[in-house]
Design a protein around this ligand. Sequence first.
Ligand code: AMP
Length: 214
Amino acid sequence: MKIVMLGAPGAGKGTQAKMIADKYSIPHISTGDIFRANIKEGTPLGAKAKEYMDKGLLVPDELVCDLVVDRIQQDDCKNGYILDGFPRTIPQAEALTDALSKISDKVEYAINVEVPDENIVNRMGGRRACVGCGATYHVKYNPPKVEDVCDKCGEKLILRDDDKPETVQKRLDVYHEQTQPLIDYYTKQGVIAEVDGTVDMNEVFDNIVKLLEA
Ligand code: AMP
């Protein structure tokens, strides 16, 4: 099962990607998480990525494509994977299609989690991320058991720099300009699956499972 998650920042695609990865025992590959781990470890890739991320901009394609193409060739990806946050531009989607076509393979499902911009702006302010393991929560829709403490690892929860209101609008503009065209791209490949992302997260998940198992 090779799945790509599409949707605006804050549409909940990361949460859904983790739930799908758990259900089908496939790796969840989030480019955002990979960059954040690199920033935390102080790697050169992290330093470069941070310059763009803090401004709400996309990290250049050349820093992302090889990283993902290498990752999906690892052993644990043999039975499939779920890509979360990649591709985000047409050149990234083409790089993925090319890499897969070399092994006579293709993306099987591109799941688009649809949420209008106005809902996103409201949601992002309430989002909290764990400084330790990167798990994400929402103060209202998906709160941790103890305020500002990660359920999974006990570390502190913070509002990520790129979830701050001034950066959110920029990320939405970038999404509409550079990432939304991927909906057409995967529609043409015949693999798009659309779900309403405004309903409860468990309902979104059930609807995704129905599409995957139809
Ligand atoms: P995310 O956690 O997926 O929302 O990603 C956070 C930030 O990481 C984005 O706003 C981008 O700056 C950067 N990023 C993650 N994935 C990509 C990608 N595929 N292409 C370019 N930049 C990315």
